[in-house]
Design a protein around this ligand. Structure first.
Ligand SMILES: Cc1ncc(COP(=O)(O)O)c(C=O)c1O
Length: 378
């Protein structure tokens, strides 16, 4: 059997990693400014993370949700404190798409309505409803297509009001990323997020904050949506939550009551995912990584804005988009193969992203800035 060929990949074979450095099988060292797509939140192979997973494996690796898994409640408490949402409820699953799928389903159970408002340029994952609210027709198969989704332009308050006014009794939820990631690092404005909150209250709709990429402290707040000063009803999480151990989760407002059978999963909330996520939450708290993300993000963006040829620098904290006047494919290849620095593309071919671990230092940032300057001026 061979692999189903759906990814274009760099011809690099990583064998070892530590912090923000990774080594390939030829012994080359790479600086990781991509974090395996915003997943590496506390650095590769953080000792507390490795210890937590190793210890757990020596005790019990898996049992299903038919028994009490105490680590789930421990994680819920830690995430409540870290995010300031101590009264929210946690449901665990296995990926970002699944988190969004569960969030929209839960919203529909809650208010009995069918339609979802999503944003142009959004990416929410590949499962059926998640891909239906993703604004890229190439990713949707005929079976995923539905009349239940209304796309409005990001930050267009009039269009949002109009969508609600046209379907006053039908809007179940509004879903959006605090900062569009795949869309090319496009932040939702604080005023737009506040408008979503007030329209959802007015029309009994559920505000779903997709924090899969922009959450887990990356932007200098646990949930980037909270910069607007209003709370969402459901927050979705995945990528950075367990530093690479597969996990997804939703934090649910106390106003949404659970009942047995409403949501379910075989693997979600397993011991290993929980202890991985607990270790990440502890490290974020003890090493002040949310503050570090904000500080390092400000430093990087200030320095990037001084560089030649860059058209625009967008983002917040360590979720940064750098827009060039041209396609960035050649630049990215040079950064990876010549400078040995991992960076990310985006859905906008002129914009590349940096999504490093939240504990990067000025030394890491300066190595990246020096290399980028070299490539831009060569
Ligand atoms: C904002 C956002 N939501 C959802 C997803 C889907 O997550 P997953 O690939 O874990 O299903 C992604 C993945 O890139 C994402 O960026």
């Amino acid at each position: 059997m061979k692999m189903f060929d759906v990814y274009s990949v760099y011809d690099i074979d990583f064998v070892r990693a530590e912090g923000s450095y990774i080594w390939d099988s030829k012994g080359n060292q790479y600086l990781d400014m991509y974090g395996g797509h915003a997943v590496i939140s506390i650095g590769h192979c953080h000792p507390r993370y490795v210890q937590a997973l190793t210890d757990q494996l020596h005790h019990i690796g898996f049992y299903s949700n038919s028994v009490v898994i105490k680590q789930q409640q421990q994680l819920a408490e830690k995430l409540g404190l870290l995010s300031g949402k101590t009264d929210y409820q946690l449901f665990m699953c296995n990926s970002g798409a699944e988190a969004n799928e569960n969030a929209m389903k839960l919203a529909s159970f809650y208010n009995g309505k069918k339609k979802v408002i999503a944003m142009k340029g959004a990416f929410h994952g590949r499962t059926s409803l998640a891909v239906a609210v993703t604004d890229n027709p190439k990713l949707s198969a005929p079976v995923n297509q539905t009349d239940n989704v209304i796309f409005v332009p990001l930050n267009d308050e009039a269009a949002l009001e109009e969508a609600f006014a046209q379907h006053p009794d039908e809007i179940s939820s509004v879903i959006l990323e605090g900062i569009q990631g795949v869309g090319g690092i496009r932040p939702a404005s604080e005023s737009f997020l506040r408008k979503i909150r007030s329209l959802c209250d007015q029309y009994n709709a559920v505000y779903i904050a997709d924090g899969v990429q922009c959450g887990c402290g990356r932007t200098g707040k646990y949930y980037s949506h909270d910069w607007a000063g209003v709370s969402a009803d459901i927050y979705t999480m995945a990528k950075g939550l367990a530093n690479g151990f597969p996990i997804g989760a939703i934090a649910i407002s106390p106003k949404i009551a659970p009942h047995y059978g409403m949501l379910g999963t075989t693997f979600g909330g397993n011991y290993l995912a929980c202890v991985g996520a607990i270790a990440v939450a502890d490290v974020i708290r003890d090493e002040n990584l949310i503050e570090n993300a904000a500080r390092m993000g400000d430093y990087l963006m200030t320095e990037l804005r001084k560089m030649p040829r860059i058209k625009e620098v967008r983002g917040r904290g360590l979720m940064i988009g750098i827009e060039m006047p041209e396609d960035t494919a050649a630049l990215r290849k040079r950064m990876v193969y010549e400078e040995h620095i991992m960076i990310a593309s985006s859905g906008d071919k002129n914009t590349f992203r940096i999504l490093p671990a939240l504990n990067i230092t000025t030394e890491h940032a300066d190595r990246f800035l020096t290399s980028l300057h070299k490539v831009l001026t060569a």
